[in-house]
Design a protein around this ligand. Structure first.
Ligand code: URP
Ligand code: ZN
Ligand code: ZN
Length: 463
């Protein structure tokens, strides 16, 4: 089956030109001007932008917080409707199981028959025994090229101490596995949380007050030093504070292999949202916490200047009514995490490109190209090029709308960006040449997504 996408403005991470894209089966086979229109299906993309399908390298479809599970891959149509064609899921290691065993069992049980986007996995170390670290070098043979540790959640089963972080870095180094770190000082947070609760300060805003920027800055510094000590690269996930971004930027300038991403919500939402009345603030509880405008401005600058190299959603589908309300009398029981997989492209476009904060090329790089490189999916995903998978988004820049949970497919009872303006629309999405989204509507089916193998020695090793 051949497909010709004609006359669109093709945007890559370093180029933009009007042209045609010819697809045969699952692959792009030609890109050029005025390609002969003898394909079976011809799509007129005049006046539209053609972008590579997004890679969201930070999603949670299997996370659970104090027993509350997020919405699973049954809701992954939200990703593709928003222009994301690949997600990379963090899978917390189950007690008594290996990292790859946990992932492979989870894939069989809950992902392969449901996924509506292509997907890959990050391992998450939760059982810091020797066997776990010994397994790290063999992860690439299972298509897994990353291991994450949470430095932030004292007392929860997925928390890791510095010894675990250091051992993971040492084990990962020669195997080309990228160690990803959620950097916050868990001990300091724990002390602050207990003090607030004792004083009766139980509302959602105290989530942010008990996780001030300095706990993120300190842990980021510590992560950088541990990475240097291990002589291994490290990737810091969801960077939010100006000071933490500066730690990464400066370490990188000095030659350390330390890189980081931020997330969509940290670019457009403030800490003040957690102070909304009637427990609405709980909708915005995530870790690290939302920051102030000065941090947001510095994050936009950082993504533009490549000091941070990706924007992810950190998608976590917790419902507000039943699940976030667990913490109605104690903010520490509010499940941490916010939904957003559907809105990443529209937010980056509307608040980044349309305002002149980033170029379209930069958007493509942050949204798709660099996440593919970090995770060893380049050569196949994240770019519009011959021999790449035909994962393509046709974006119409004209329509104006308002973001609403009514049109969100994430299966959650609220949208983080409710009421915010959106410029442009994801009109069509192709996944490996198959039309999955037409006029913004999902056309695919459960199980259309395929598991991807991530190669080791991703971008953090090469830079
Ligand atoms: O609050 C967040 N970010 N929840 C998801 C788990 C994590 O820390 O990434
Ligand atoms: Zn995290
Ligand atoms: Zn996360």
């Amino acid at each position: 089956m051949s497909l010709l996408i004609k006359g669109g403005v093709i945007v890559t991470a370093n180029d933009e030109f009007t042209g045609d894209i010819l697809v045969e089966g699952e692959k792009i086979v030609a890109i050029g001007k005025d390609l002969p229109a003898n394909a079976v299906q011809v799509i007129d993309a005049k006046g539209k932008f053609v972008l590579p399908g997004g890679i969201d390298q930070h999603v949670h479809y299997s996370f659970d917080y104090k027993g509350e599970p997020v919405r699973n891959f049954e809701t992954s149509d939200a990703a593709i409707v928003g222009g994301t064609t690949t997600v990379i899921e963090f899978v917390n290691q189950e007690k008594g199981k290996g990292l790859a065993e946990t992932i492979n069992d989870y894939d069989k049980r809950e992902v392969s028959t449901l996924a509506m986007v292509d997907y890959a996995f990050h391992s998450v170390i939760c059982d810091p025994i020797d066997k776990t670290f010994d397994e790290i070098p063999s992860l690439p043979s299972e298509g897994i090229s990353s291991a994450k540790l949470f430095m932030a959640y004292k007392g929860l089963p997925f928390h890791s101490d510095d010894a675990a972080v250091f051992k993971a870095l040492l084990a990962a180094r020669d195997a080309g596995v990228t160690v990803m770190l959620h950097a916050e000082n868990a001990d300091a947070i724990d002390v602050l949380q207990k003090r607030h609760i004792q004083r009766g300060e139980v509302e959602p805003i105290y989530h942010a007050i008990s996780r001030p920027p300095i706990v993120e800055i300190e842990a980021t510094q510590r992560a950088v030093q541990l990475a240097k000590l291990a002589d291994a690269p490290a990737y810091i996930v969801h960077v939010t504070a100006k000071g933490a971004m500066e730690v990464i930027r400066d370490a990188n300038k000095e030659g350390a292999q330390v890189f980081g991403e931020t997330c969509t919500h940290y670019l457009v939402l403030d800490k003040e949202h957690l102070a909304k009345p009637d427990f609405e603030g709980a909708k915005y509880v995530c870790s690290p916490a939302l920051r102030k405008e000065k941090d947001r401005e510095s994050l936009w600058k950082a993504v533009d200047k490549r000091w941070l190299n990706a924007v992810s959603s950190d998608h976590c589908g917790f419902n507000w009514k039943e699940q976030k309300h667990m913490g109605i009398d104690n903010f520490t029981n509010i499940p941490n995490g916010t939904p957003g997989v559907q809105d990443r492209l529209a937010i980056l476009w509307t608040y980044g490109v349309e305002t002149g904060k980033i170029s379209r090329q930069r958007l493509v790089d942050l949204f798709a190209t660099t996440p593919a490189k970090i995770n060893g999916l380049d050569g196949r995903k994240g770019h519009i090029g011959v021999e790449y998978d035909a994962d393509l988004v046709i974006y119409n820049p004209e329509p104006e709308s308002v973001i609403s949970n009514k049109t969100s497919l994430h299966g959650v009872d609220y949208n983080l960006y409710e009421g915010m303006k959106q410029k442009g629309k994801v009109e069509k999405v192709f996944l490996r040449g198959k039309l999955m989204v037409e006029d913004g509507e999902f056309m695919g089916k459960q199980g259309d997504g395929e598991r991807l193998n991530c190669k080791p020695f991703g971008l953090s090793y090469q830079a």
